[in-house]
Design a protein around this ligand. Sequence first.
Ligand SMILES: *Cc1c(COP(=O)(O)O)cnc(C)c1O
Length: 427
Amino acid sequence: MPSSGSEPAFPRRGGVLHAEQVPIPAIAAAVGTPTYVYSANTIRARLLRLEQAFASVPHRIHFAMKANSNLAVLRLLHELGAGVDIVSGGELFRAREAGFIGRDVVFSGVGKTVREIEQALEERVLLINVESEAELVTIDAVAGRQGVVAPIAIRVNPEVTVDTPHAYIKTGEKGQKFGIPRDDVARLVAMVHELPHVALRGLGMHLGSQIGNADPMRDALPRLLSAIASARADGHAIAYMDVGGGLAVPYHADEGDADVDDYAEIVLAAARETGLTLLLEPGRFLVAEAGALITEVLYRKHAAGKDFIVTDAGMNDLVRPALYQAYHRIDAVESIEGTVVADVVGPICESGDFYAKDRPMPDVSAGALLAVQTAGAYGYTMSSNYNSRPRPAEVMVDGDRFAVITERERLEDLVRHERAHLQWRTA
Ligand SMILES: *Cc1c(COP(=O)(O)O)cnc(C)c1O
């Protein structure tokens, strides 16, 4: 096992792309394609990087597990001391299966059901992040029925302008469904006193995803700090300040990494000022670069003056290009001479089913393997069975070893929950 996790996840050796020390063709031969491959050492290195940046204040890193909720990935992060940020009862279940206990868990999300709130309280989660007045009242009622006091944090919408690569990943701007509008925070904070079964322990925010510089954080923090100060003045025993996730990773070859030190400097200053325990909710930052989607070229096609590379992976396997117009680097697993400007497209019957448009690509033939890079976050977790395609396998690599961490779905799995012979009922 390599000691330094700062090695690239997918180095090229002798012209062949490896995952750490394992040649990718060997994984494809053993497991088939399409397959997600993750580097354990890259995940370790990313977490360590953040841990080091925030070491000077009391803090906890809660991995936003919607980015990658595979049990083996969660177990790895659990072993390393991270907590999780969850957004559903399903994620709570996964977190428990991976070994996390209640106090490792922060529960976010704009639409928690009563059942999910019950589960969260039964598991004694660290905090439930409140996103509306109605939800606050519901949490109080559920906690009352259980005879407990729910530890909550109010998620403030700081209403700052956030420059993300796609509008669908903004969350901290005015008019978004997320968080409590700035002007309503004081009223909610006051309301908590009248509700006997909630205790306000924190204030938080989440500005959006793939935020490339520290400016939005610089703009938003004073707003969070003033909310914290007024909550304290109002007599609440605030213990936590949650700055959410959103740290960017480079998707393009020429992009730099997010400036963690710049980001940390601003956040650390605020954390010191408050003396509170800092909570961070990175998702993408911890796992995106650790993953690649390995796919086989099925066909080359020339049509209407264009070149196409048709792969066996499609938008059901990795939806980010179709959903967010996201860019992913694509490498030939085995180096070849020659390039071609081509569209890389999947087999799905949707014109949005492409990974690249008019991009200079290695001039690969059918049977070649491609690695769609930076696919460790919001890849498998957003996959679907569209076009009745079994979802891909997932593999973890650690040094010179690899293990299947999700079996490829079988055809029977596609219809497992369906009924062709109906048991009619009447109301
Ligand atoms: C999605 C989400 C995150 C993680 O976002 P990344 O961009 O993956 O870091 C953190 N907190 C909350 C509340 C989220 O919804």
